[in-house]
Design a protein around this ligand. Structure first.
Ligand code: MG
Length: 484
C-alpha cells in the first residue's frame, strides 16, 4: 500500500508538472499542492483501512437522483431530447430536419455519460486519465488521431487540464462558457442535440465555423425544462409530463434499500443532499420511496447547488409549504428538518451535534463524479461511495446482470465508460480514474450493499490494484491488462 500511495502522489506531481509547463495560473498550482497534501493524509488513512465499512462512519449521506432513485433512463432521455429539440426549433430557429430526426439505434449509440463539449469548436471529446484527448467527434463525425492533433496540439487542451485538476475552475466563470462535461442523465442528451446542430450548420457550408455559438441556446433550453419554479407553476412541459406519468419515468425504490437505510439510521446519523428543489424532491421521493421518505434521514437538504454546496458558504433556508421562507444559520437547524440551499461546513457542524462528535467522520454516496465525488473529496476531504449505472449496464467481469436501459447507457462508438482506446490498446478513462482516486468503493446500485450488514467489510480503492474497490466485480470494459 505504500507503493500505492507514492504512485498516487506521483500522478498528481506529474499533472502539476504538466500544468506548469502549460503556463496555468499559480492559483491552480497551489490548489494542486493542496490536493497532494490532502492525498497524503488520505493515503495515510487508507494504509490503515483499505477495507471499507459503512459502520466506520458517524454520518452517512446520500444523493437522491440516480443514487437512491432509479429512473427509467430510456423514457427520461427520450423525453428530454424531444423537449429540448422542440424548444430549439420553435424558439431558436434551429433546423427541424436535423433536430427532429428520430432517435434511431445509431443516434442512441452516440450518447454516453461523461462526454465533454468544446462549445467553440463544435466538438465532443473523450479523454484519458492524464487529460489526453483520445476521441473527438465534430458534430456526429469522428475525427482521426491526426485530425485531433491538428486541432489540439499534443492532444491537449487547457480546459481539459483544468477539468482534470480543478473542476470548480471550469464549473463557473469564463471557462464554463467554453467547456462542459455531461455528468448525468439530465444533461446526457445535450451531446446528440449539440452534434446535430453542428451537423446542420456545417451542411450549409463547406468548412467548419471558426466559432459555434450554440451553447447559450442549449442552456436556455435546459433552463426552460429544469428551472425549479416551473414545477409548481406547471410552466415546463418536462415537469408536467413527469407529474402526469410518473410510472413511465421512475422505478419504485426496492424495499431492501429503504430498509437498509432505515437500519443505518438506527445506529448512525443519516442525511440527504439533493440538487432538486424541495417540491420536486418530495414528488419524486414520495412516488418512489413512499409518503414517509423523510423519516429515512436525520436531515434533508434540497436545492443544494452542488458542487458549490461543498466549497461556498451559502446560507440555509427554512422550508414551508415547499417554499423557502427564512434564512437561518446552521446553529438553528433541527433534527428531522428539511432545508434548502446551505453549505457543507455548517451541515457538518450540525451533524456533529446530532451524533455528539466534534469532528464526525462523514461519508457521502452519489453518482455524479464531479458534484458528489471529486469536489467534495478534494475540497472538504469527504469520503465517498460511487453508484455507477454504467458499471451495471456495461457489465462486470464474470457477472451477468442485465440493465433495463442498457441501450441508452452502453455506447459502441465511444466504447466503455471506464476506458479509452490508445491505438490497439485501451487505457483508463478520465472518469474511471476519478472513481479510483476519490471514492472508497464503486457499486452499480445500492442493491449491492443493501443486503449486507453495515459492518461488513469491502475491499476499497487504495491506488494500487485498480479493480479493488469495484463491487461486486470490476467493469468488463476496464483495460484487460489491469484485470489480468
Ligand atoms: Mg444524482
Amino acid at each position: 500500500m505504500i507503493k500505492i500511495t507514492q504512485k498516487s502522489i506521483s500522478f498528481f506531481h506529474k499533472l502539476q508538472h504538466k500544468v506548469i509547463a502549460r503556463g496555468v495560473t499559480p492559483a491552480i498550482i497551489s490548489r494542486n499542492r493542496l490536493q497532494i497534501r490532502e492525498l497524503s493524509l488520505l493515503s495515510k488513512r487508507h494504509r490503515e483501512m483499505s477495507t471499507f465499512k459503512f459502520s466506520d462512519y458517524d454520518c452517512i449521506g446520500f444523493d437522491l437522483d440516480n443514487t437512491i432513485l432509479w429512473y427509467n433512463i430510456t423514457n427520461m432521455v427520450e423525453m428530454e431530447y424531444q423537449m429540448m429539440a422542440k424548444f430549439l426549433v420553435e424558439n431558436k430557429g434551429y433546423d427541424p430536419e436535423y433536430l427532429e430526426k428520430p432517435l434511431t439505434d445509431e443516434a442512441i449509440d452516440f450518447l454516453q455519460k461523461g462526454l465533454i463539449l468544446d462549445f467553440d469548436r463544435g466538438n465532443i471529446l473523450k479523454t484519458n486519465s492524464e487529460g489526453i484527448i483520445r476521441m473527438v467527434s465534430h458534430g456526429t463525425k469522428f475525427l482521426t488521431t491526426q485530425e485531433i492533433g491538428e486541432i489540439y496540439p499534443n492532444q491537449k487542451w487547457e480546459a481539459i487540464d483544468l477539468l482534470t485538476n480543478d473542476p470548480m475552475a471550469v464549473w463557473n466563470g469564463p471557462w464554463s462558457l467554453k467547456v462542459r462535461a455531461l455528468m448525468d442523465y439530465f444533461d446526457m442528451p445535450f451531446s446528440l442535440i449539440f452534434a446535430r446542430i453542428v451537423d446542420s450548420i456545417d451542411s450549409k457550408r463547406n468548412e467548419p465555423l471558426d466559432k459555434y455559438e450554440i451553447w447559450p441556446d442549449l442552456y436556455a433550453a435546459a433552463c426552460n425544462m429544469f428551472e425549479r419554479t416551473n414545477f409548481r407553476k406547471d410552466h415546463s412541459h418536462y415537469f408536467t409530463e413527469l407529474k402526469k406519468n410518473p410510472n413511465k419515468y421512475f422505478r419504485k425504490c426496492s424495499n431492501e434499500i429503504v430498509e437498509w437505510i432505515r437500519e443505518i439510521k438506527k445506529e448512525r446519523t443519516t442525511f440527504l443532499i439533493t440538487g432538486s428543489n424541495v417540491d420536486f424532491a418530495n414528488f419524486t421521493a414520495t412516488h418512489t420511496i413512499g409518503e414517509d421518505w423523510k423519516s429515512l434521514f436525520d436531515v434533508v437538504v434540497c436545492f443544494a447547488k452542488k458542487p458549490g454546496f461543498f466549497v461556498k458558504d451559502s446560507p440555509f433556508w427554512t422550508v414551508d409549504d415547499h417554499e423557502e421562507k427564512e434564512m437561518i444559520t446552521g446553529a438553528e437547524m433541527k433534527k428531522g428538518g428539511v432545508y434548502s440551499q446551505g453549505n457543507w461546513g455548517e451541515l457538518k457542524s450540525f451533524l456533529g451535534r446530532l451524533c455528539k462528535q466534534e469532528s464526525p467522520r462523514c461519508l457521502y454516496v452519489g453518482d455524479n463524479l464531479l458534484q458528489d465525488v471529486q469536489i467534495p473529496s478534494t475540497h472538504v476531504g469527504l469520503e465517498t461511495v460511487v453508484v455507477s449505472e454504467e458499471l451495471h449496464a456495461e457489465g462486470m467481469v464474470n457477472i451477468a446482470w442485465p440493465h433495463p436501459d442498457e441501450k441508452y447507457l452502453v455506447s459502441s462508438v465511444w466504447g466503455s465508460y471506464f476506458s479509452v482506446p490508445d491505438g490497439e490498446k485501451r487505457e483508463d478513462s478520465h472518469w474511471s480514474t476519478i472513481v479510483e482516486s476519490y471514492s472508497r468503493i464503486c457499486i452499480p446500485s445500492l442493491k449491492v450493499v443493501a443486503h449486507q450488514n453495515i459492518d461488513d467489510g469491502f475491499q476499497a480503492f487504495d491506488g494500487g490494484d485498480k479493480t479493488r474497490g469495484f463491487h461486486p466485480a470490476a467493469p468488463a470494459g476496464i483495460p484487460s491488462e489491469i484485470i489480468s
